[in-house]
Design a binder for this molecule. Sequence first.
Ligand SMILES: [Zn+2]
Length: 58
Amino acid sequence: MPFAKPRDDKPEVPHCPDCKTEMAAVLSVPLAYAPGFEDVFYECPTCTHEVKRTAIPM
Ligand SMILES: [Zn+2]
């Protein structure tokens, strides 16, 4: 397949910057000052590296 189809059915999942493993969402925190937005925390299952992404409502 020459082109990868965009995955519209679920939010983008970050990959670990250290070991490139697909990270797992461990916590989401709604932003009180921005209804519909939330901070999502991801953790690498391999090396426990953590990142935070802000999810934007569609
Ligand atoms: Zn990792």
